[in-house]
Ligand binder design. Structure first.
Ligand SMILES: Cc1cc2nc3c(=O)[nH]c(=O)nc-3n(C[C@H](O)[C@H](O)[C@H](O)COP(=O)(O)OP(=O)(O)OC[C@H]3O[C@@H](n4cnc5c(N)ncnc54)[C@H](O)[C@@H]3O)c2cc1C
Length: 600
């Protein structure tokens, strides 16, 4: 079994040769960093992920957390890993120096977190949720909330959760029923039930800070009536020390296909004892606050899916080099030695597909992380705004494309192993089970498709889309070698057809039947996603073609040739699959819309 989580050469290529991450150090916020500090923190993440996280990935999957006498029992290694991550400063990695942070760019932090997820997505879930919850408090909380909770969360003494989903309200958060009643002491009393809350109970930290969506009594109906509350497991005193137990309780643990190391909980609020909640920001703005953080969370899900896909690829690649089986079709001598399975073109097909999906997904997510950096730190205000618009448009794709193709990569990894892949002795099946969550949570991929076609494309008079086309033009024109120019041409032709179909869908949405137009939103997401990832491959191919001429070792030449061949795979095998989407979308095919429930 390989211990490579993400190929460091590839990561360096993507960060420095494709994205010019080093250039970020010219910005005021990152001026104390340089490539060496970025590389040092990435090295720390890679090493810690291998030594503290990967080592119990399989054990935490087999021996999942248990609910015993009202407590959660879990492997002690999970706490050790969480503490190591916190002590190394990763929870606060992006934050200001004054908050104890390292002021690292999002691009670098995303890369670091990639190692932890690739090593052990279940354990990595706890610190990632803590960062996300702390971020909500940092941006929208009042001063008292910040001083009470942030230092404890950033140091890893308290963890965090995001408590949105209820048994009857998952995709449709407008319908949540958890209620909040004001008291004269300033806090609210929370009553209700949440389900699937990751990390909702555990035995790692002194306290758990739940970020809970609830409706204040008398609030407007729907999403406009949702507020955000801090609900700690233990109430805290003015210095942030845990005191008495709050009325939020574990109703039960949920047992899952994968991600078994992260507890999945059903929580009850205010059932046996009063449950105190502290309003964050203004009343009725809760979903808006959550959604502002959602871009980050969704890029994080996409990233996770890409790197779990990557991890399976690394495992199956190593296996394919070692496993001897059969001979080439042209070899007639039955006594000739068997060849490693990587010598069979069909196995290379499966490996190339994995490479195309996982490195393409990684490129897409790193591009998204870079947009976050540009949105917050670009010296030019207009560029900051443009990055925000591009990120907003691309978020459904960054979430959904890797989470569709990461599990597909893992499925192929299982296939490369043959029978061994189907057994629990080898790691590919766990990668697939873990990754299978990603198309479901943080808004299912079906919901992402509706968001893209129903909203994001048209937002701000499609300014985001125009910016995207401009960005793509730069890379289309930068294609100078014959191979890259061929790929640029096929991308440009597909793009033109996609623009045409988008215009006709826009017209139908305005003037026709939105139910019919949106019925094929998933095809649109596939079309759009494949175009974006083809663009990511063109960017990588341009960089590889440029560097190949001056590469002076075999390893370097092989690396760049591998990039070009994977780009070719994407352009020959994947991009053409959008032809079917274009037909269905042009015709506004109504097969699914007109199927009746009674006909099934
Ligand atoms: C392991 C795990 C961890 C999770 N962690 C958290 C967490 O930490 N915090 C939290 O709050 N939640 C969490 N969730 C919940 C997760 O976000 C929801 O499961 C998800 O949003 C889908 O909601 P649902 O399960 O109710 O499915 P539903 O909303 O019932 O959807 C079922 C199906 O119907 C489709 N569908 C629904 N509405 C529409 C529509 N309008 N148009 C077209 N199709 C539609 C969906 O795409 C899906 O295919 C977690 C879930 C899991 C499984």
């Amino acid at each position: 079994m390989t211990d490579t989580l993400i190929d460091r050469r590839d990561l360096a290529f993507q960060l420095y040769e494709v994205l010019d991450t080093e250039n970020l150090t010219t910005r005021e916020r990152f001026s104390e960093h340089n490539r060496d500090t970025f590389d040092a923190v990435i090295e720390t993440a890679d090493k810690m992920a291998r030594e503290k996280f990967a080592t119990h990935n399989s054990a935490a999957d087999k021996d999942e957390p248990k609910f015993v006498n009202g407590q959660v029992e879990m492997l002690p290694q999970v706490k050790e890993a969480f503490d190591a991550y916190a002590q190394a400063g990763f929870i606060a990695g992006r934050y200001d120096y004054e908050l104890g942070g390292m002021q690292l760019p999002e691009s670098v932090m995303a890369a670091c977190n990639g190692f932890f997820t690739a090593a052990n997505p279940g354990t990595a879930g706890y610190p990632f949720l803590t960062t996300a919850a702390a971020n909500l408090i940092r941006v929208f909380g009042n001063e008292q909330q910040k001083t009470t909770f942030l230092p404890n969360m950033l140091s890893g003494r308290f963890s965090g959760t995001m408590a949105l989903t209820e048994p009857h309200a998952g995709s449709s958060l407008a319908d949540i029923r958890t209620s909040a009643s004001p008291t004269d002491q300033g806090h609210y009393l929370i009553k209700g039930a949440k389900i699937y809350i990751s990390g909702g109970e555990q035995s790692i930290t002194d306290n758990i800070v739940h970020m809970v969506l609830a409706k204040i009594k008398g609030a407007p109906a729907g999403v406009k009536g949702i507020s955000l509350f801090i609900v700690p497991k233990y109430l805290v005193d003015d210095e942030g020390k845990p005191t008495e137990r709050n009325g939020v309780n574990l109703a039960g643990l949920i047992h899952k296909l994968g991600y078994r190391g992260t507890t999945s909980t059903a929580l009850s609020f205010g059932d046996d004892a009063p449950c105190h909640g502290y309003l964050v920001g203004e009343p009725h703005q809760g979903l808006k606050y959550m959604f502002q953080m959602m871009n980050e969370a969704r890029v994080g899900v996409g990233f996770g899916a890409a790197v779990i896909g990557y991890r399976g690829y690394m495992h199956s690649l190593e296996y394919a080099k070692d496993r001897l089986q059969g001979r080439k079709a042209s070899e007639k001598n039955p006594e000739s030695p068997q060849v490693p399975i990587i010598d069979h073109a069909d196995v290379r097909r499966m490996l190339l597909a994995q490479k195309a999906y996982s490195e393409g997904g990684l490129a897409l997510c790193l591009y998204g992380a870079r947009l976050m950096d540009d949105q917050h730190t670009h010296p030019d205000e207009q560029k900051r705004q443009e990055a925000g618009k591009l990120l907003d448009l691309l978020t459904p794709v960054i979430k959904a494309w890797p989470s569709e193709y990461g599990p597909k990569a893992n499925d192929l990894a299982i296939q490369v192993y043959g029978g061994a892949g189907y057994t629990r002795e080898y790691p590919a099946e766990q990668c697939w089970r873990d990754n299978r969550l990603n198309p479901i949570h943080e808004g299912t991929n079906g919901i992402q498709a509706l968001d893209l076609l129903g909203r994001k494309i048209w937002q701000d008079q499609s300014h985001g889309l125009q910016l995207l086309m401009q960005e793509m033009q730069v890379d289309l024109q930068a294609a100078t070698t014959d191979r890259c120019q061929q790929w640029a041409l096929s991308l440009s032709e597909t793009l033109q057809q996609a623009v045409k179909v988008t215009q006709s869908l826009g017209k139908s949405l305005m003037e026709g039947d939105p139910d019919r137009t949106l019925a094929n939103a998933s095809c649109y997401l596939h079309l759009f996603g494949h175009i974006i990832v083809a663009w990511m491959w063109l960017r990588q191919a341009n960089a590889a073609a440029h560097a190949l001429g001056s590469a002076n070792t075999d390893d370097e030449r092989n690396f760049y040739q591998g990039k070009l061949q994977a780009a070719q795979y994407f352009f020959h095998w994947e991009l053409p699959t959008v032809a079917q989407d274009l037909v269905l979308l042009r015709n506004q095919d109504d097969t699914c819309l007109n199927m009746k429930a009674d006909w099934f």
